[in-house]
Design a protein. Structure first.
Length: 101
């Protein structure tokens, strides 16, 4: 291995090799939801953990501090909101020897 090559980036959670990708994320600010796309990240193919460099983190911080101004959005989408209140069916008690991870 050439000493000038960068070491392989590995996931801190599961030690798998990370892959460079463009991702999206949803961010809630008070009662306002924003989706940010085209985020350069290193992503674990196994556990889906995402890692951003300092420049990307700074850009996300500035956008957050600006309050995600609607006039700067690439596009707007309608998002349905659902609640699980009243939809959760209770099951019987778990057996004492059941194992939950």
């Amino acid at each position: 291995m050439d000493s000038k090559e960068e070491p392989l980036a590995v996931c801190a959670r599961c030690s798998k090799r990370l892959q460079a990708m463009r991702v999206r994320t949803a961010i809630w600010q008070n009662e306002k939801l924003a989706v940010v796309e085209d985020i350069p990240a290193l992503v674990c193919p196994d556990c889906a953990e995402q890692y951003y460099d300092d420049d990307v983190s700074e850009a996300l911080r500035r956008l957050n501090e600006a309050g995600f101004p609607v006039e700067e959005a690439e596009r707007l989408v309608e998002v349905p909101i659902f609640s699980l209140q009243g939809r959760i069916r209770k099951r019987g008690p778990m057996p004492e020897d059941a194992h939950v991870d």
